[in-house]
Design a protein around this ligand. Structure first.
Ligand SMILES: Nc1ncnc2c1ncn2[C@@H]1O[C@H](COP(=O)(O)OP(=O)(O)OP(=O)(O)O)[C@@H](O)[C@H]1O
Length: 640
């Protein structure tokens, strides 16, 4: 018999048996085949030596080849994983280059659309382009430039599309901060949280993180979440369990200490950090945190716009080399307090203090970002709680994205100019020092090429992931096949007489007593087909030898990380052969499922096989197995 693979036709040992059978005096006669049992053990009759050799050695070859196929599939999975890792590295490098060109601090501006509640506009105070925004005030025109300007009609999807690369940086191990800054009512919360119909950056980012984690083959990514609020210079844990009775505990939870360890990593003492194993849990905790914030605001008469709300996602990974999960990065998403009160309010008392606190922290944040953008040696982190909290996420190797929100209303123009000036300062580029057009064009071209590289790497990565998935399915099926078939064979070796019968029991054939089995077996086979003590001994010696060699082969193969190209391609051959042989073996087992008194025979379909084109031959008489073989073949061809 033959099976066709992509590369060539492989003669299977059992085919030799069939051919030998035909050429033998017995094989030339159809009737004489009735006495031939494919499950025969060794038989010592010198008149039909070929049959004896084949039917006894084939199972060992099948076993060896199936084992080889498993090893090759394992090697293939390892090779594909390595390929995936190197593609991911390529993508990471390209993304890093883009972010380096664009700068580790990026500032976007979003103009809120007109609302029904807004006063009717008389003049258009704001005109926005893709990177520039101009504001008219009392006959003067001020122009501001940003990395990106989102006009009034920009959708949440489009905003998120620009934010997404920075999330990938977080997954790549960079600490990341995304800030929403602006006057109250300009859409900070809309951008960060959004609505159910139009989700904002935070829910989309959570989705994206879990989506990316589900793709990650080389590392097992996991996440945890914390939420806190900075109000009047105090740090409050938004996810802490309710401190119902202990006033002291409640107080300390409202004023957490910030520590920096020897490596410069920021620790917030006692801050609740909840694991988020899936998106549903993540959303649940996020909603809880938001609700606590709102409640607190109502209870203590504290406006959301007068505190900063920070959500921290810590990203962990457990890699091949890492036993314990280790945090790799922090992703901060910050809805900053509204800035207008700082300018407008002539408040006294608590309101004045709140205004001062916000004023101080926002200006401290502006100073830090400007220092980072200008790559100054000294960065003034210590000037506010907000910047202390974010110290390790605003420095070297971190990425910062500031989204400045402005109102389109004429009545808010003064506030708008203040916000845009803050953003310009954070951006650290004075108008008169803008890049020349030619340099800009070159940068854009380079970015486009790098983006193309990223796209290609991602597409390739996706293909590799699919291949890994398919190879893993095949591997687990092969392992299952191996353990069902040969696990039982090893068991059967312990029973000296009639070893095949236990296999029948194990594969679900109605049980019969050993006595019956012996009788049936002796009835079902001519005496010359049954194994002798000597042949059994020889069989077991051969088996031991093959198993020993397979094991030593396995250890050699496993020690090697990479398979040669020929191995990676040719694994399909033994794999098919093994499956086919296993199936033919199973079909032979099926034939042993004879009722007492029945004699096993080569049925007509078995004989027809030879008249079929060789590449169409499927040896199994078991329809389930035929399906399995076809499925395996399809998957293997998908893989290549
Ligand atoms: N891009 C937008 N598209 C549609 N509606 C928007 C947009 N931006 C803001 N809004 C609407 O404007 C109103 C104020 O927005 P939002 O509450 O997000 O402002 P804010 O800056 O967070 O205010 P605060 O500082 O008080 O929290 C909301 O009703 C919101 O739905």
């Amino acid at each position: 018999m033959f099976i066709s693979t992509e590369e060539k036709q492989i003669p299977l040992p059992s085919e030799k048996a069939m051919e030998s059978l035909k050429s033998s005096p017995m094989g030339s006669n159809q009737d004489s085949l009735d006495g031939f049992s494919p499950v025969s053990e060794f038989h010592d009759s010198p008149s039909i030596p070929v049959i004896c050799t084949d039917v006894n050695v084939v199972p060992e070859q099948e076993k060896h080849e199936l084992e080889q196929s498993i090893l090759n599939l394992e090697g293939e999975v390892a090779r594909l994983r390595l390929k995936g890792k190197s593609l991911a590295e390529k993508r990471r490098e390209a993304l890093n280059k883009i972010l380096d060109i664009k700068g580790s601090v990026r500032v976007f501006c979003r103009v809120r659309p007109m609302l029904l509640t807004d006063k009717k506009r008389i003049h258009e105070p704001i005109s926005a382009g893709s990177e520039k925004i101009a504001v008219k005030l009392a006959g003067t025109r001020k122009e501001f430039e940003f990395d990106k300007v989102f006009q009034q009609e920009t959708s949440q999807e489009d905003v998120f599309a620009e934010v997404e690369p920075i999330l990938k940086s977080a997954l790549d191990g960079h600490n990341v901060c995304v800030f929403a800054y602006g006057q109250t009512g300009t859409g900070k919360t809309f951008t960060m949280d959004g609505t159910d119909e139009k989700p904002g950056i935070l829910p989309r980012a959570l989705n994206e993180l879990f989506h990316q984690a589900s793709f990650d083959n080389s590392y097992s990514l996991s996440f945890s979440m914390s939420m806190l609020e900075v109000y009047m210079g105090h740090v409050r844990d938004l996810l802490a369990p309710k401190p119902l009775y202990r006033a002291y505990e409640a107080l300390t939870r409202c004023n957490l200490n910030i520590q920096t360890d020897s490596k410069g990593s920021v620790e917030i003492e006692g801050l609740t950090d909840v694991p988020i194993p899936d998106i549903a849990k993540a959303r649940w905790w996020y909603t809880k945190g938001r609700r606590v914030r709102s409640t607190a605001w109502t209870n203590v008469n504290e406006a959301s716009s007068r505190s900063h709300c920070l959500t921290r996602i810590t990203i962990y990974r457990r890699g091949d080399a890492l036993e314990a999960k280790a945090p790799i990065s922090k992703l901060w998403m910050v809805d900053l307090g509204g800035s207008e009160r700082l300018l407008k309010t002539g408040a006294t008392g608590l309101t004045l203090d709140e205004g001062r606190a916000i004023n101080l922290s926002l200006s401290a944040l502006g100073d830090v970002i400007a220092a980072l953008r200008k790559r100054k040696a000294h960065v003034p982190y210590r000037n506010s709680k907000l910047t202390q909290l974010l110290k390790d996420s605003l420095g070297d190797h971190s990425k910062v994205l500031m989204l400045v929100h402005v109102s389109p209303c004429e009545t808010d123009v003064a506030e708008t100019i203040c916000s845009l000036s803050f953003a310009k300062r954070a951006r650290g580029i004075e108008s008169n020092r803008e890049l020349p057009e030619e340099l800009k064009r070159q940068r854009e071209k380079k970015i486009m090429l790098l983006e193309e590289d990223i796209r290609e790497a991602e597409e390739e990565c996706q293909k590799v992931r699919n291949q890994i998935h398919k190879a893993e399915i095949l591997l687990s099926e092969n392992k299952g096949l191996f353990s069902t078939t040969y696990g039982l064979l090893e068991e059967e070796a312990k029973i000296p007489i009639s070893p095949k019968i236990d296999l029948k029991e194990a594969i679900g054939i109605p049980q019969t007593t050993k006595k019956n089995i012996k009788r049936n077996r002796s009835k079902s086979q001519p005496r010359f087909m049954t194994s002798t003590a000597a042949s059994r001994e020889r069989h077991s010696a051969v088996e031991k030898d093959i198993v020993g060699r397979a094991r030593s082969f396995r250890s050699v193969t496993r020690s090697s990380n990479q398979f040669s190209p020929s191995q990676s391609l040719s694994y399909s051959e033994p794999r098919f052969r093994a499956i086919l042989q296993s199936s033919s073996r199973k079909s032979r087992y099926a034939e042993t499922k004879t009722l007492p008194g029945d004699s096993p025979k080569c049925n007509g379909s078995d004989l027809k096989v030879d008249s079929l084109p060789r590449n169409k031959i499927v040896t199994s008489s078991d329809p389930n197995l035929r399906v399995t073989i076809c499925r395996h073949r399809r998957r293997m061809s998908d893989l290549i």
